[in-house]
Design a protein around this ligand. Structure first.
Ligand SMILES: C[S@@+](CC[C@H](N)C(=O)[O-])C[C@H]1O[C@@H](n2cnc3c(N)ncnc32)[C@H](O)[C@@H]1O
Length: 319
């Protein structure tokens, strides 16, 4: 398999390769927490889909009639090992995976602002199971590199990617805090559903800009509070039951963060209220979901009494 690092002249290749070696040694240990996801990944090593379709709402990898009954059962069982599925939907050899999020809605909203990805080096920070990376393939990028620090999503993506044979897609078991390893590397960066989880969002935006090539484009999607003022809510403990939520900004606050960190041509291109049609409990994600996060008597508030979230989308350039 090709390595995207061969193309990235400015990346800190030694450090990235050292991290890979370290990660591989760590994950090779027979620990329960690793085996739980590594074994399902290894179980489907022999499967390669003949048919793929990344242009539809459900990312489709293989058709049911490509496999015999034993392999079909194995696929069904293995896909269940990666529960809860947060992002999707996927259709894997006819197994329909209805994830918590109807992620195609987010993808469709950002399409009008999508820069030309043809031949581009793209990063998807916090890529989860890679739903959006697969959808990007329709736009012919050179490479898409997902950064994802969680093992469940990392192995889930690797399993899907191998069956799909999508050679342009890569993943590193890393977080946004590792972005300084990639100076001046990316033409396009997606940062979606991440910024409100960061304790230093402004510093992160600065570091991401340093990872972008001149003229690069950032697509930023975030939870937001309603309002025109450039302010951010800082919850006492949780926001919509989610711990690890720090600054929940208004759209204009996000715009100001981008401007102050040196981005240009900053545009807010979409804003909409969240809904329990878009994020809900399914057979593949059986825990609480959006409607459980709101005040049952007043859906304009979260259970903590804060304003219920909007989702906002911004596009910005790195000069
Ligand atoms: C709310 S989800 C958003 C997923 C996807 N980007 C989207 O917009 O649908 C946040 C993702 O970020 C990942 N994540 C958690 N900590 C992170 C970090 N330090 N750096 C990058 N991603 C992180 C989570 O595992 C999860 O996949």
């Amino acid at each position: 398999m090709r390595d995207y690092l061969d193309l990235l002249k400015t990346a800190d290749k030694d450090a990235i390769r050292a991290r890979r070696t370290e990660t591989a040694a760590r994950l090779a240990q027979p620990k329960k927490g690793f085996l739980r996801f590594r074994e399902p990944y290894e179980a489907l090593h022999h499967l390669q889909a003949r048919f793929t379709d990344f242009s539809k709402d459900a990312v489709t990898i293989g058709r049911a009639d490509e496999l015999g009954e034993t392999d079909l059962c194995l696929v069904r069982e293995t896909m269940r090992a990666f529960m809860p599925w947060r992002k999707g939907p996927f259709d894997v050899f006819g197994v329909e995976i209805d994830a918590e999020w109807q992620s195609w809605r987010k993808w469709n909203r950002l399409l009008p602002a999508l820069p030309d990805l043809t031949g581009k080096v793209v990063a998807d920070i916090g890529c989860n199971n890679g739903y959006y990376m697969f959808r990007m393939l329709e736009h012919k990028p050179r490479y898409v590199i997902g950064l994802e620090p969680f093992l469940q999503h990392y192995y889930c993506f690797k399993t899907l990617r191998r069956m799909a044979g999508a050679d342009e897609l890569f993943i590193e078991l890393m977080g946004v805090e590792d972005i300084p390893l990639f100076p001046t590397c990316f033409d396009v960066v997606f940062l979606m559903g991440i910024i409100y989880h960061r304790i230093s969002p402004v510093e992160m935006l600065r570091e991401i800009r340093a990872a972008m090539r001149p003229g690069g484009v950032l697509i930023l999607e975030s939870q937001a509070i309603p309002g025109e003022e450039p302010v951010a809510l800082f919850p006492e403990e949780r926001y919509a039951k989610v711990p690890g939520t720090y600054f929940v900004p208004t759209a204009s606050c996000l715009r100001n963060w981008l401007i102050r960190t040196g981005y240009t041509e900053v545009e807010i291109f979409c804003s909409h209220p969240m809904s329990s049609e878009e994020q809900r409990k399914t057979a593949w994600m059986t825990f609480e979901s959006y409607e459980d996060f709101l005040d049952p008597g007043n859906p304009t508030l979260t259970v903590e009494g804060y304003p219920a979230p909007l989702r906002v989308y911004l596009r910005a350039n790195s000069p």
